[in-house]
Design a protein around this ligand. Structure first.
Ligand code: GCU
Length: 395
C-alpha cells in the first residue's frame, strides 16, 4: 500500500513537472501577433501625442477595464484622515513616523486603510516618497522597526533621503476567494454583479489612490513625486493603478508576471487560465472568457505599461522565477516604447533580455533581472532608489 502511494506520488510529481517544464520551454511559444497599440478602434493610425491622449489611451483604458481589471469607481461621499500615532524621533532619531487611518465613506458604508509612513527628519523640503502595496505579512510594515525585512526596507529608503509609506492589501480586499468582498466592495456592491466589476486587484489599486488623496494633504511629502512599488500580485495592482491614476509619478513592478508586466500571448509560465482558476477573485468576470483564448483579448500587457507614458516604469524579474516569464516581461516593456516616442522620448532598450544583475536603464523605462527567487529584496530597492534619484535630478 505504502509502495503504491509512493508510486502514485512519484507519478504525480513527474506529470506536474512535465507540465511545467513544457510551459517553460521557449520553443513551445507559438506564433502570436500583439494587438496594435497605435491604431484606434476606428482604424486611425496614432502618430501624435494628442490623438493618443484623447482617443487611443482612453480606448485602451476602457478595454482593460471591461476585459481584465474591472471598473475603478471614483465616487464616494467623504474621506477622513486621522493621525493615530506620531513619533518625531523614530528610527533612532532620523525619521518622523506617522500612522494614519484613512476612512472612506459611501452610502452608509465605510472602509479603513491603515498607512505607516516614515519621512526623513531633517529634510529641508517636502520629500519624494515610495509607497509600497504590501501583499505579504504585516511583519513587513512594523512601525516600531523591531521587525525589519527587505520587503519594505524603510531604513534603506530613509537613509537615501526619501520618504516611504506602506499599506496592507487586506484593508481593501482580503486576498481570499471567500472574503475579498469584505472591504472596498462593501461600498460598491453593484460591482459584484457586473461582468466588468472591480475585484481584488482593482480594490488594492483603488486603495493606493485613496492613500494619494491623503498624501496630497501632507506637507512633509512631495505628492508630485510619489512612486508606487508593488511585488507580484501587488505589482499587477501597481501597474493598473499607474494607468488609472496619473498623480503617481513612477512605478516599480517587481516580478509581476502574468496580468502584470508579462505578455500574456506568450503563454509562458503562468497563463490566463491558470491565474483565473487559482485566483478567480482577482480580475473581472469577463477576463475568464480569455482562458486558453489569449488571441481574442483586445489588449496585451505592453499596452498596460504604455498607459503610464510619459511617466517612468521599471519592472523586474528573478532568474529562478520562470513562472513570471522574465523574457515576456522584458518584451512587454520594450514593446511599450512607441508610445513613449509620441512624447518625444527615445527609450532605446536593447532588443534582448539583459543578463542577470545588469539593469537595462533607458529612462523613463528600466528593467532588471535579479539573480535569485521570486521576491522583493534590498537589491531591488537599491536599484529603484537610484533610478528615481537620477530621474528626478534630470527633471
Ligand atoms: C502566484 C500567482 C502569481 C502571483 C504570485 C504572487 O504565484 O500565480 O500570479 O504574482 O502568486 O503574488 O506572489
Amino acid at each position: 500500500m505504502n509502495r503504491f502511494k509512493a508510486l502514485v506520488g512519484l507519478a504525480l510529481i513527474l506529470i506536474t513537472s512535465a507540465a511545467f517544464a513544457q510551459n517553460y520551454d521557449e520553443k513551445l511559444v507559438t506564433k502570436y501577433t500583439l494587438p496594435d497599440m497605435l491604431t484606434t478602434l476606428n482604424g486611425k493610425k496614432v502618430k501624435r501625442k494628442d490623438v493618443w491622449e484623447h482617443t487611443r489611451r482612453l480606448e485602451l483604458l476602457k478595454l482593460f477595464e471591461d476585459n481584465v481589471y474591472g471598473q475603478m469607481p471614483q465616487d464616494f461621499d467623504s474621506i477622513k484622515y486621522q493621525i493615530t500615532h506620531l513619533d518625531n524621533s523614530a528610527m533612532g532619531g532620523k525619521a518622523v513616523l506617522k500612522e494614519i487611518d484613512i476612512k472612506v465613506f459611501r452610502q452608509q458604508q465605510s472602509v479603513g486603510i491603515h498607512l505607516v509612513m516614515f519621512t526623513p527628519l531633517h529634510a529641508r523640503q517636502a520629500s519624494p516618497l515610495f509607497l509600497l502595496i504590501n501583499n505579504r505579512g504585516k511583519n513587513n510594515m512594523d512601525p516600531s522597526r523591531i521587525s525589519k525585512t527587505e520587503f519594505w526596507p524603510a531604513e534603506q529608503v530613509i537613509d537615501s533621503g526619501y520618504a516611504t509609506a506602506v499599506f496592507h492589501v487586506s484593508d481593501l480586499a482580503p486576498d481570499r476567494k471567500e472574503s475579498y468582498a469584505n472591504g472596498v466592495l462593501r461600498l460598491y456592491p453593484e460591482q459584484l454583479k457586473a461582468p466588468n466589476g472591480m475585484k481584488a486587484i482593482g480594490a488594492w489599486a483603488w486603495g493606493a489612490s485613496r492613500v494619494m488623496d491623503y498624501l496630497q494633504t501632507d506637507k512633509s511629502v512631495d505628492a508630485k513625486k510619489v512612486a508606487i512599488v508593488g511585488h507580484s500580485r501587488g505589482g499587477k495592482a501597481a501597474l493598473w493603478l499607474m494607468a488609472q491614476d496619473r498623480r503617481f509619478a513612477m512605478c516599480f513592478a517587481s516580478c509581476s508576471g502574468n496580468t502584470g508586466a508579462a505578455l500574456t500571448r506568450r503563454r509562458f509560465g503562468e497563463t490566463i487560465e491558470k491565474i483565473n482558476t487559482t485566483f478567480p477573485y482577482w480580475f473581472c468576470d469577463n477576463y475568464k472568457k480569455y482562458n486558453n483564448n489569449e488571441d481574442d483579448l483586445p489588449v496585451d500587457q505592453h499596452m498596460l505599461i504604455a498607459l503610464s507614458a510619459p511617466r517612468p516604469v521599471y519592472t523586474t524579474n528573478a532568474t529562478k522565477d520562470k513562472w513570471a516569464d522574465p523574457s515576456g516581461s522584458y518584451m512587454a516593456i520594450k514593446a511599450a516604447e512607441p508610445v513613449y516616442e509620441l512624447y518625444g522620448i527615445k527609450s532605446a532598450l536593447d532588443a534582448s533580455l539583459p543578463p542577470a544583475n545588469k539593469p537595462a536603464l533607458q529612462p523613463p523605462l528600466g528593467y532588471h533581472l535579479r539573480e535569485g527567487i521570486h521576491d522583493l529584496t534590498a537589491y531591488d530597492w537599491d536599484k529603484f532608489i537610484r533610478f528615481a534619484h537620477n530621474y528626478y535630478q534630470k527633471q
